[in-house]
Ligand binder design. Structure first.
Ligand SMILES: [Fe+2]
Ligand SMILES: [Fe+2]
Length: 185
């Protein structure tokens, strides 16, 4: 019998995160070309990243998946898990700076376009690289090395995290869809 899968759901969440990242990249380019002034979009992107990518998805990684890897022999320090945790943290810095730029722009302060663009691009590059490493290296490694024993409890812990924030996934999927439709119009 094959083992219970503990990463497929995480790969699926990456897909929604990557869709928001594509929107962010597209809108940054349009902003720099003078064709996009919807500062609210950047605050919505910050909201998505904080609540969906970070509090929801990264929390499942940090509290369940990475924890299981460490419990099953992966070192905590100088390890793939340590590198992933560092990237989660670096992402938070870019997001804070992007949010501040968008707030200032909304308040009518000039000169915020380069601030928003630089931090958005920093986040985009960081997260694409991060997701690529998880999808192609760390998650496949997790499927290979994690024994069967903890897997059912891991899936239950994912479900618990989802149940703590009912409707969150739908809300953020709709947000991404709304901006995608806007971009296509
Ligand atoms: Fe991650
Ligand atoms: Fe991830």
């Amino acid at each position: 019998m094959s083992k219970i899968d503990v990463t497929h759901v995480m790969v699926e969440e990456h897909k929604l995160i990557l869709r928001m990242i594509a929107l962010l990249e597209n809108n940054v380019t349009r902003m720099e070309a003078g064709r996009f002034r919807d500062w609210r979009f950047f605050l919505d992107a910050v909201d998505f990243i904080r609540n969906y990518a970070d509090r929801f998805h990264h929390a499942k990684e940090e509290d369940v998946l990475f924890k299981a890897l460490v419990d099953n022999g992966m070192p905590q320090d100088n390890s793939p898990v340590a590198a992933m945790l560092l990237a989660h943290d670096q992402g938070r810095g870019f997001v804070r700076a992007m949010e501040e730029g968008a707030h200032r722009a909304l308040d009518g302060e000039s000169g915020q376009i380069p601030v928003i663009a630089e931090n958005a691009r920093g986040y985009i590059a960081l997260l694409r690289d991060h997701i690529d490493k998880e999808d192609n290296i760390l998650y496949p490694l997790a499927e290979r090395v994690l024994p069967e024993a903890p897997r059912a409890a891991m899936v239950a812990a994912y479900r618990e995290a989802e149940a703590r924030t009912p409707g969150l996934e739908d809300k953020y999927r709709r947000l991404v869809e709304t901006y995608e439709q806007q971009a296509a119009a």
